[in-house]
Write a protein that binds this ligand. Structure first.
Ligand code: FMN
Ligand code: SF4
Ligand code: SF4
Length: 288
């Protein structure tokens, strides 16, 4: 049985989940960043897993690189394809619409998302809205149980559960999502530093979001940010990082800088986040 678990991760939450699942189901772990540059991604695996974070869930939720990867993934229609979305907010209103969108993208490419799962883990330093409770210790302990359960389901090749309930929930939330969509785009334009009248597409605005990421005096030119960026979006020039406007908004450069010398629009000074059980060296394995 050939099992492949693809992942995209900026601050290690999704890597932790992907790694735990791959270990338990005997799968091969593959960074999406290492294959997304290929013109098409052919796989002979019987089981394909896709583990990724929710980004701007009420817009599309699916990170640009993950969407690109899924569009290039071939021969999936007769396989068991599962996805696990990690998110910082409540799963029903963040992971759920995101997984629905992922399912749509997979369908458009001729495949089928057989099973959808989600795991709630800490928000990666984009502060929580004040009404969201966030007990990190509880999230970590709950995530272990959730991963166990997900693996049992994958081993039994279970299909989606509560599909009708999920669709109903999505339907009732749709007007709110549509409202938030415009707010997100306007906010992205500010981060991208383009005119409010700009007609750039959503992915183009995401790529330009690094116009609001910058390094401080604390930078010593070590080059970690250049190595860790899954998009190859940072070049060290004269010992300073220069962002190349092809950003995925993954927060790896801001959260893994050993000097805490990278800031962005919403970063609390002196506070960094990455999954506690993921090391910098784990993040760098096979990235390119
Ligand atoms: C650009 C961006 C947008 C995000 N948007 C959402 C969101 O809409 N809802 C949510 O629950 N979490 C959101 N998050 C939080 C991440 O989904 C969450 O922390 C995830 O587990 C991070 O995974 P990673 O450590 O593998 O990168 C966002 C994170 C980033 C960086
Ligand atoms: S990781 Fe931090 S200290 Fe190192 S080059 Fe990048 S910004 Fe500078
Ligand atoms: S520049 Fe930073 S935030 Fe953007 S993709 Fe690279 S590591 Fe992620």
């Amino acid at each position: 049985m050939n099992i492949e678990v693809y992942y995209f991760s900026g601050t290690g939450n999704s890597l932790y989940v992907a790694c735990s699942i791959a270990e338990k189901i005997n799968g091969t772990l593959i960074p999406i960043a290492s294959v997304v540059g290929q013109s098409k991604i052919e796989t002979t695996a019987d089981v394909i897993g896709i583990v990724f974070p929710a980004y701007l869930a009420q817009h599309t939720g699916v990170p640009v690189m993950v969407e690109k990867f899924v569009r290039k993934l071939k021969n999936t229609n007769s396989r068991y394809v599962f996805a696990v979305c990690t998110c910082g907010g409540y799963e029903n209103v963040n992971a759920l619409p995101t997984l629905k969108n992922l399912g749509r993208i997979i369908r458009k490419s001729g495949g089928k998302l057989t099973a959808e799962f989600s795991v709630r883990l800490p928000m990666n330093n984009l502060q929580y809205p004040p009404y969201v409770k966030h007990d990190h210790d509880k999230m970590f302990s709950d995530s272990h149980k959730k991963i166990e359960d997900i693996c049992k389901r994958i081993k039994k090749r279970k299909k989606n559960k509560h599909q009708i309930l999920k669709s109903l929930l999505n339907l009732t939330m749709t007007p709110l999502y549509l409202m938030l969509k415009n707010l997100y785009v306007n906010d992205l334009k500010k981060k991208a530093k383009v005119s409010p009248d700009s007609t750039l597409s959503f992915p183009e605005l995401i790529y330009l979001s690094d116009n609001s990421i910058f390094s401080t005096e604390a930078c010593n030119g070590c080059g970690v940010c250049e190595k860790i960026c899954p998009a190859g979006n940072i070049k060290i020039i004269n010992d300073k990082p220069i962002w190349q406007n092809h950003c995925e908004m993954c927060m790896a450069c801001t959260e893994w800088c050993p000097q805490q010398a990278v800031n962005h629009w919403n970063r609390k000074e002196g506070v960094t986040y990455h999954h506690p059980d993921v090391k910098l060296s784990d993040m760098l394995i096979n990235l390119k």
